[in-house]
Design a protein around this ligand. Structure first.
Ligand code: GUN
Length: 277
């Protein structure tokens, strides 16, 4: 029997409705500040989507775009200014940054209370301690997608193909917090399918179209595709969707799966930050 589709758009809209009500109930309108360095077309599109969603739910957004040649210190000073601005609830630095910039120096300048991406050492450290306050939007979106199937993660074999701070590392912690058994794979992993085949829940976020083939997936697995790649003009994920849906129990589409959940969780974090700043 073909897999059930997990509808990321539907779940994201439910979250956005809730966020809209919460935002309307706050004394001060929440505000998300977004910093971009360089002109990466994919980043421009993601940021546009984040700003459109802010408008939809009554959150103000401010975009600070810097050229590819921007100095690290200039980004750091802008973040310090936004940290001190009581009208700003959340600060997000869109990744990737230009190659000459030390990403950690920039991200670790964000005030943990305004760190709506959950990338600061304080928020990543809390997550490792089991305290889920400000958590990566893609990682928490993925957990919500899995939990929407009614599956309990405790004791499940989960395989993540990605070890970045955006997805793999925070997702690993979220899964461990729910007592799942986790393996993390990445571009240096040998025999990827040895790991993926054991997974009750398989999450891939690499950006290589067709990386996850039917033979690599356990029958009945939940498959979450957080990859974004292009196949001609079409946006596709990492998973060979048409073949894998024949063996999986649940599967996310691309587009319409993880993407809208990332945006919805970002706005959830922004309202959470607005309550405390
Ligand atoms: N680039 C790709 N995904 C993300 C994300 O979730 N947050 C930020 N800041 N940059 C990204």
């Amino acid at each position: 029997m073909p897999a059930n589709l997990i509808d990321g758009n539907k779940l994201a809209n439910q979250i956005l409705e809730k966020v809209k009500k919460e935002a309307a109930g706050l004394k001060q309108k929440p505000c998300l500040a977004v910093i971009m360095g360089g002109e990466n077309p994919a980043s421009q599109l993601y940021v546009q989507k984040k700003q459109q969603a802010c408008k939809q739910v009554g959150i103000e957004s401010k975009l600070f775009s810097f050229p590819e040649s921007v100095a690290e210190q200039e980004l750091i000073e802008k973040i310090q200014e936004l940290n001190d601005d009581s009208a700003v609830s959340g600060v997000l630095v869109q990744l990737p940054l230009p190659k000459h910039i030390n990403r950690n120096n920039v991200l670790q300048t964000i005030s943990p209370a305004k760190d709506v991406d959950g990338f600061t050492a304080e928020n990543l450290g809390k997550l490792a301690l089991g305290i889920e306050e400000m958590v990566s939007c893609t990682a928490s979106g993925i957990i919500k997608l899995i939990e929407s199937t009614g599956t309990k993660l405790e004791g499940k074999n989960c395989c993540i193909v990605n070890h970045s701070i955006v997805v793999g590392r925070p997702l690993m912690q979220l899964l461990l917090n729910r007592n799942a058994t986790v393996s993390i794979c990445h571009e240096f992993t040998k025999n990827l399918s040895e790991f993926t085949k054991k997974a009750d829940v398989l999450i891939s976020a690499v950006g290589i179209a067709g990386l996850i083939k039917k033979e690599m997936v356990k029958v009945g697995a939940i498959v979450i595709d957080a990859g974004i790649a292009r196949n001609g003009k079409k946006v596709v994920g990492d998973v060979d969707f048409d073949a894998v849906k024949e063996v999986a129990s649940f599967i996310t589409p691309v587009p319409g799966g993880v993407g809208p959940m990332t945006v919805a969780c970002l706005l959830e974090n922004t309202v959470k930050a607005a309550r405390t700043t």
